[in-house]
Design a protein around this ligand. Structure first.
Ligand SMILES: Nc1ncnc2c1ncn2[C@@H]1O[C@H](COP(=O)(O)OP(=O)(O)O)[C@@H](O)[C@H]1O
Ligand SMILES: [Mg+2]
Length: 355
């Protein structure tokens, strides 16, 4: 089911939790709603579900305006961070509950509940109470209970944040598998960029209630619209240095240290810019490589197949992944080349991308 948001706004007194949100969310896909804590992700989810009324704007499900439709009529399955299972009911009763409310026939309930239990791999746990389940198993039950109604839209609000690291990885793969098997349109809220990058078809990135960019994970990573997007995606974080373009050369602020790269061509003289460099875009210059600058090696961390190197570039410390074939030593001063990928230039005042 395709979702269209048109100028969707939700205001609580002075706070604009969701600010003029306009976008289209593709049907049948898993979309991650990503952003820092307090940016309005949960509010947007509850606005979509109808639990929270809109302040202004419109929401369409498959071209039908649902802005004023009651939550029960929207065909939504909701999964919360804390699972919200009924503690006194068994797993089977928990999953059956929404269908009993809908007065579905007994045989059909049996059949649909066991179908859901199979889907989320909990068939052998049906007679247990929630307290007798691990966090991951409780989350599976919560997903089954949300899916048993055959929703048109599945909404998950930070579903993995109460799980330990290993279970988080396992459950995020599970959510992906369940979504692919059922093809239900799914929106998954998270503040964890790695979680969003690893399982979603597209990321909707927001900041202070405002949508920043919507794109498939890899294209958002490689083609960020603004400084916030470039900073938010990637681990270790992107390197960021401030300076000015002077005659197609980047000059560091408060310094006469320069940096050369093809991307500075054509940028207006005297422009104040932010130069952002992904760690994997920084490499040792060899042979005919264009030398961007010289840097001193401060620290070297060998991490399996990768090597993270800390480089002093004037007053800045840069994180770089340098090809492990090169012999490097701490305190060496080495020529650096910058690749094309992962090098971004932003206008300093608007923070929008120039190159
Ligand atoms: N019921 C509410 N009443 C007043 N302010 C709220 C309410 N719910 C959320 N907010 C505010 O709206 C903003 C967005 O909150 P929320 O949607 O929970 O963010 P997130 O889920 O991204 O952490 C926050 O500033 C929060 O304090
Ligand atoms: Mg939230």
């Amino acid at each position: 089911m395709e979702i269209i948001l048109q100028n969707v706004t939700k205001r609580f007194d002075k706070v604009i939790a969701v600010n003029d949100f306009t976008t289209t969310i593709e049907g049948g896909k898993l979309s991650a709603l990503l952003g820092p804590s307090g940016c309005g992700k949960s509010t947007l989810l509850y606005v979509l579900s109808g639990i929270t009324p809109l302040t202004s704007g419109k929401i369409f499900f498959d071209n039908v305006d649902v802005s004023d439709l009651e939550p029960e009529k929207r065909g939504i399955g909701l999964v919360f961070q804390n699972y919200a299972l009924y503690p006194h009911l068994t797993v089977k009763q928990n999953i059956s509950f929404p269908l009993q409310i809908q007065k579905v026939a007994k045989e059909e309930i049996e059949q649909r509940v066991s179908e859901m239990a199979k889907l989320v791999h909990i068939s052998e746990l049906m007679d247990r109470k929630p307290s007798q389940l691990s966090g991951g198993q409780q989350q599976r039950v919560a997903i089954a209970r949300a899916m048993v109604k055959r929703p048109r839209l599945l909404l998950l609000d930070e579903p993995l944040s109460n799980l330990d690291a290993r279970l988080r990885l396992e459950m995020r793969e599970e959510i992906r598998r369940i979504q692919l098997e059922t093809k239900v349109t799914t929106i998954f809220v998270t503040h964890d960029q790695e979680e969003a990058m690893s399982i979603s078809d597209q990321i909707i990135l927001m900041k202070s209630g405002i949508m920043q960019q919507i794109a498939p994970p890899q294209s958002m990573y490689e083609d960020p619209k603004n400084v916030f997007v470039a900073d938010f995606l990637g681990n270790p974080q992107i390197n960021k240095v401030y300076g000015k373009i002077i005659h197609e050369q980047f000059v560091l602020r408060d310094s006469d240290t320069t940096c050369d790269h093809e991307k500075f061509k054509g940028i207006a003289n005297e422009s104040n810019v932010i130069l952002s460099l992904r760690p994997e875009s920084i490499d040792l210059a060899t042979n005919n490589d264009m030398i961007a600058f010289n840097a001193k090696i401060v620290d070297i961390y060998q991490m399996g197949k990768e090597r993270l190197v800390y480089l002093a570039f004037d007053e800045h410390l840069l994180r770089a992944y340098i090809d492990i074939d090169h012999q490097l030593n701490i305190d060496d001063i080495i020529p650096i080349t910058l690749k094309d990928r992962g090098v971004f230039v932003f206008d300093e005042s608007t923070e929008e991308r120039l190159r």
